[in-house]
Design a binder for this molecule. Sequence first.
Ligand SMILES: [Zn+2]
Ligand SMILES: [Zn+2]
Length: 333
Amino acid sequence: MTPVEALERVVHCLDRAHETGFKTKAFVRALEVVRATPPDELAERAAAGTLTKLDGIGDSTARLITETLRGDTSYVEKIEAETGVNLTEAGARYRAALRGDCHLHSLWSDGGATIEAMARTARGLGHEYMVLTDHSPRLTVAHGLSKERLEQQLADVAVLNEKMAPFRILTGIEVDILEDGTLDHDDAVLAQLDVVVASVHSKLRMERQPMTERMVRAVASPHVDILGHCTGRMIGKRDPSTFDADYVFAACAQFHTAVEINCRPERLDPPRELIDVAIDFGCYFSIDSDAHATGQLEWQPHGCNRAAERNVPIDRVINTWGADDLLRWVQAA
Ligand SMILES: [Zn+2]
Ligand SMILES: [Zn+2]
């Protein structure tokens, strides 16, 4: 293991443990520094004990680099052991059935890793495919993709797909549901993509009736395949949006839009009682990481545990299907 690999692995593990504090930032910064430093210089500094003279290398990151160069991987192993994501026995059946992940981000919008790094990690987790769903333009804080940038991305994905076959990167987007329920890209743009996740990211506090109309209109679009994190809640920080779940989930069932079970620990959206409603309406589901870093691709167990707890019919989870079946379902919708 090289120091770069060791640091990458530590950052990955801290991400999956949802550690976003000082410690993670220190390792991310050290990784940048180590990537930019010639290996010879790194080895000399490690031997001389002068790694911390490099701006961005502190005591603990210097120790990790020095140990790794000595062939000692015990720190990485310790972090590996401490940061595993909890998977219940019942959840394990769902996790074992998953063959892909339909909602994740890359550096193209607000993610922290390249498309290739995300794809390699997804493949390493046993997936056959992933759907790349960076943000749409309206979400400027997340550097959402204009039509032009999306087209560049599609060209990049085509090249990557040749390199990574048989693993498949399906094209997609997380398109914003605008206030009137229209979408933040033209139909012609959305029609080019394999899978479209639609989510509300603005005006989450809308009144119940207009919010219901907004969401129903969006999920009824023939281009929308998955309704992302439907309530927009942030556990402990932001209450769920209010809408009439009967209408929204009836529309999801009617128009073949899967209800996402968002696995981010701060979201876990929909809440339990809404999963029950969606089951009753005959909805399909997609258990998605919504990862913004490679380590977060390991979050699907959070949603699997939840799906098992509520008894979501496993054959209605669209990412337990192979990519061709998924695409057939999406196109029939
Ligand atoms: Zn989102
Ligand atoms: Zn997202």
